[in-house]
Design a protein around this ligand. Structure first.
Ligand code: SAH
Ligand code: SF4
Ligand code: F3S
Length: 480
């Protein structure tokens, strides 16, 4: 039974204990509460807006949060002048945090004008005690704070907020649970992220992710394959398998299935055309995986393989568990097996104690591997990580190295990226180009962007495109 006239306490005592049934109970109650609010306020709809910071994990989480909000009856809007605004935050580098605080001030202004407005914060930043303490103290207008482990509870938290009428804070330190089968929305009808694992056990010495995302947990392979099957049946042609270190998929499970084996099973799903995955940790990339990628017709011709540093000395202090030589050997093996593959990477500049020689070694690896593109980051000190206790190097030196690295990376990218000019390639048409009328934008298997003339009805389809001209990081093409 779920009668809207029940008191809050009665509702809590009637709520099922098992998930996801408990959340469906609260979704239903929130639906009724929202209807009542609509009546009393005379508003036709209650809107929501989610702003997502950070990585694909967060984007996928936001789709789940959106699914719950829509199930309750909120209607999406693309501005922050909404009745329910949710920030799904990231804390991987300090500048991510600063952006959130800045925008909260702006939200407060909006809230003063809209008495129904609720502001919720979730995601990695909320897993840090000092952040929650600061919000409780200086941002009292925030309504709901929750973390990374309990996003499935959104309906229950909204219910509590509406009943208790005070700030609701629910942060879990960790979890061993994976709650399946809640409503979820997709941003694109034709492509989707699929979580295969949560958390991280690697504790790279600079990185906060293991502290805010908890220990590594892999989903059951059967659940993953079933989800992919349903997505494919629903028109999804491309999936991105998500995990902080997909190469260690399954190792924490009772009946381990390797990532390579999982890929092989997903490869057989009918209707699915492209498989991507992120992120691969070099230390766990197996020969079996290279073989599985090579054999598969669906796995895309792209591998993101974070390097972080090209100096074995720095890699050791970073706790990355591979050396410069091992990384280069791995790249060699991958390029031999798949000569057309596009390699991308992440690099951190200015890790504590990084010397000019260390930096030169990074530049050297960049020149040897010739990445299609590289995300370069300035080291950011994260509280609680081992590197936070190490002595930082001068910001001027770091900035100078960063500029030199970026110039090198861009020069190589421009040379490498044009290699498919004047060929015909399969392109997944993804969206209408915002800048030029009549153009569509899509991606090749190796993740390069292509703009070409085409009808919007092609969106979601994989089409043959002649690459007329390379523009460095993208191509201009025509339908073949
Ligand atoms: N699990 C992935 C990376 C997740 S974080 C992996 O291991 O590759 C994404 C990227 O952010 C990292 O690859 C790293 O380059 C960067 N990063 C993480 N912590 C950082 C820090 N403290 N300062 C600067 N960059 C950082
Ligand atoms: Fe962070 Fe390392 Fe885990 Fe990646 S593997 S999330 S860099 S600790
Ligand atoms: Fe940021 Fe959390 Fe992803 S810290 S990079 S959103 S896992």
């Amino acid at each position: 039974m779920n009668d809207i006239n029940m008191t809050y306490e009665e509702a809590l005592s009637h709520a099922p204990n098992e998930e996801p049934a408990r959340q469906y109970f609260f979704i239903e109650r929130c639906q009724d509460m929202l209807e009542k609010l609509k009546e009393s306020s005379g508003k036709e709809a209650f809107t929501f807006h989610i702003a997502t910071f950070g990585c694909q994990m967060n984007s996928r989480d936001s789709e789940k949060l959106q699914g719950i909000l829509e199930a309750i009856g909120f209607v999406e809007t693309d501005t922050e002048e909404a009745d329910f605004v949710l920030y799904n935050t990231c804390t991987v580098r300090e500048n991510a945090n600063d952006r959130v605080y800045g925008r909260l001030g702006f939200l407060n202004g909006l809230k003063k004008k809209n008495p129904h407005m609720m502001i919720a914060l979730c995601g990695c930043m909320m897993q840090e005690e000092k952040v929650v303490a600061k919000i409780k103290k200086s941002y009292r207008f925030v309504d709901i704070i929750f973390g990374t482990h309990n996003i499935f509870k959104l309906a229950e938290l909204i219910h509590e907020r509406l009943e208790a009428k005070k700030m609701v804070v629910d942060i879990w330190e960790g979890t061993d649970r994976i709650v399946e089968d809640l409503p979820t929305e997709r941003k694109y009808p034709f492509k989707s992220g699929v979580n295969i694992m949560f958390g991280c056990n690697n504790f790279c010495s600079y990185c906060i992710v293991p502290y805010v995302r908890g220990r590594e947990r892999s989903r059951n392979p059967e659940d993953i394959v079933e989800e992919v099957r349903q997505l494919a049946a629903d028109g999804v042609v491309e999936i991105m398998l998500l995990g902080q270190n997909v190469n260690s998929y399954g190792t924490s499970s009772e009946n381990p299935v390797s990532f390579a084996e999982l890929l092989t099973r997903i490869d057989q799903v009918e209707g699915l055309e492209r498989i991507r995955f992120m992120t691969s940790h070099p230390k766990d990339l197996s020969d079996e995986l290279i073989e599985a990628m090579k054999k598969s017709k669906k796995v895309c011709s792209h591998l993101h393989l974070p390097l972080q540093s090209g100096s074995s000395r720095v890699l050791k202090i970073m706790n990355r568990k591979y050396t410069r030589e091992r990384y280069l050997e791995l790249v060699e093996k991958i390029k031999t097996a798949m000569p057309d593959i596009s390699l991308t990477t992440d690099i951190i500049v200015g890790f504590p104690g990084e010397t000019e020689e260390d930096f030169q070694e990074t530049l050297d690896v960049v020149r040897k591997v010739r990445f299609d593109s590289a995300f370069t980051f300035i080291y950011s000190k994260r509280t609680g990580t081992p590197a936070a206790d190490m002595e930082e190097i001068s910001p001027d030196v770091v900035k100078n190295r960063f500029d030199r690295l970026l110039a090198e990376v861009q020069k190589i990218s421009a040379e490498v990226c044009g290699r498919d000019e004047h060929t015909v390639q399969k392109v997944l048409a993804e969206e209408v180009n915002d800048y030029e009328k009549g153009l569509l934008t899509g991606r090749m298997s190796n993740n390069t962007t292509v703009h070409f003339k085409g009808d919007p009805s092609l969106i979601g389809k994989i089409v043959d495109v002649h690459l007329d001209e390379s523009k460095g990081f993208y191509y201009m093409g025509t339908l073949a």
